[in-house]
Design a protein. Structure first.
Length: 498
């Protein structure tokens, strides 16, 4: 028994002794000679690349399914005709919403996700749910006509607006720093609805083309021409208008303070209910008689469209005024020149600054001019984010990461100030928003960290070296004769102010 026990006896475990710890661990082979390697259990799920790939795959599958279903209903010829006609309003709508987002432009990945969600996922959910609900109502009531009316006025608005609102909700939850106000809600909702309307128009126009082939009608009297005129010419903004109401609710919730929890929940729900109600009224307009559609279009849809457009433009101007209000305190601390807040608060001055940076630095090298204009554009975006961050902290209690985010934004500004500062100063003078004889804009009472607290970062990789004073090209005659580099009061020293 003793021999058998000794044969199965476990080997001794090395005793942990601090005196021999270095000697023991020093015998471990190098990483390249390891026989046992650590397992990366669960790390793949945390990878941003994996999550982005999963979202792309899911949306692509939804797109293939919805396109195959549309092609099955319309036929190949109808699908191609519908696709060619439905794509026409898409660039115009996307450009209009992107124009609204020029003050603090959001990343394209969010907008492309919203468009793809609307065109693929939301459209797939809508076509399946609407078809199932309409058939179920027709079977239960034995009245297909009333089932179609009920499906169009009740089921479709609820299903479609909920499916589109899911994209706004996802960006609001998972891209919170990039969803900062009403304009962001309008733009995200508009892109989502544009994608949804694109897929829906393929279906309607393709079916109309198939009906024309059966009836033999062509030209302006065809069903395809009438459908194109109503859906693409008269009301391309219909779906975007509905979903924009949901986006406005989320945008107001984003501006609300963290202690307004009820408001942050109720406002998005209210926006979604308004979107459903407007959608139901639009779909049910045909039930109001032969002129019901035109009455709803003229009395309700057009005023609502004008009101939402005014709200979007007013909100954008309010964002510009935020820069003129919040940034002077950073100018007083030495981070910006006195003219920069006024220049950043004007879209005309912003564009002029980019053009002048490209002109000054691109005289002999287009690549340098392009890099300079890009540096100014990035400077403007970071300055806008800084103003929005400070406004939110001033209205609400500053978040725990406020100082860290402020320092990061100031770091980005400092990297680009040698190129962006003179261009923005020139634009402020050229547009008449700042004159050297008058004082600077009033400053807020809040304290701002001094530039001396942060070490000067490494030069911006794409930032061109500033021209020597004698080599500066003369300003273009379109901008007048003022050149900030040659102005007596301009400070060319790039060191942090004392």
């Amino acid at each position: 028994m003793s021999e058998g026990y000794e044969q199965h006896q476990q080997p001794a475990v090395p005793v942990l002794e601090e005196q021999r710890l270095d000697e023991f661990l020093g015998a471990v082979p190098e990483r390249g000679q390891w026989r046992y390697r650590p397992r990366r259990v669960g790390m793949v799920w945390r990878s941003k690349a994996f999550r982005a790939g999963a979202v792309i795959v899911v949306l692509a599958l939804c797109g293939l399914l919805i396109l195959s279903m549309v092609r099955e209903q319309t036929g190949t010829e109808g699908f191609l005709v519908g696709l060619g006609l439905a794509v026409l309003p898409v660039p115009l709508l996307m450009a209009a919403f992107r124009w609204l987002d020029r003050v603090e432009p959001g990343p394209w990945r969010n907008l492309l996700f919203a468009f793809a969600w609307g065109a693929c996922a939301a459209a797939l959910v809508a076509i399946i749910a609407n078809t199932f609900a309409t058939r179920w109502i027709a079977t239960a009531t034995a009245d297909p006509a009333s089932a179609d009316t009920l499906g169009a006025t009740v089921i479709a608005p609820v299903v479609e607006e909920s499916a589109k609102a899911a994209a706004v909700l996802l960006i609001f939850l998972f891209r919170r720093r990039e969803f900062s106000g009403v304009v962001d809600g309008i733009v995200v909702g508009g892109f989502t609805a544009t994608g949804f309307a694109f897929t829906e128009n393929i279906l309607y126009l393709g079916n109309a083309f198939g009906e024309d082939q059966e009836l033999g009608t062509t030209g302006l009297a065809s069903v395809t021409a009438g459908t194109f005129f109503v859906r693409v010419v008269m009301s391309p903004f219909a779906h975007p208008l509905f979903t924009v109401l949901t986006g406005i609710g989320f945008g107001v919730a984003a501006v609300a303070g963290r202690h307004h929890r009820v408001r942050r929940i109720l406002l998005p729900v209210l926006g979604l209910l308004l979107a459903m109600g407007m959608h139901a009224l639009w779909n049910g307009s045909s039930a109001f008689g032969p002129y019901g559609f035109y009455a709803v279009y003229g009395v309700f849809m057009m005023p609502a469209f004008g009101l939402v457009t005014w709200l979007a433009i007013w909100t954008r101007q309010r964002e510009l005024r935020t820069l003129a209000t919040e940034l002077p305190v950073y100018a007083a601390a030495g981070w910006l020149t006195p003219a920069e807040p006024l220049s950043l608060a004007s879209m005309r001055a912003r564009g002029m600054a980019r053009d002048m940076a490209r002109h000054w630095h691109g005289t002999s090298d287009r690549a340098r001019g392009k890099a300079a204009a890009q540096a100014v554009a990035e400077y403007e975006a970071f300055a806008t984010s800084l103003a929005v961050l400070r406004r939110r902290a001033r209205r609400d209690t500053p978040g725990p990461d406020f100082a860290e985010r402020e320092q990061e934004l100031l770091h980005h500004l400092w990297q680009r100030r040698e190129v962006a500062g003179p261009a923005l100063t020139y634009a402020a003078h050229a547009t008449g928003r700042f004159r050297a004889t008058r004082g600077t804009a009033p400053m807020g009472p809040a304290a701002v960290p001094s530039p001396r607290r942060f070490p000067q970062p490494a030069p911006y990789p794409q930032q061109p070296a500033p021209y020597p004073q004698q080599q500066l090209p003369a300003p273009h005659r379109h901008y007048g004769g003022y050149n900030p580099y040659l102005h007596d009061g301009h400070q060319q020293d790039s060191r942090p102010p004392a």
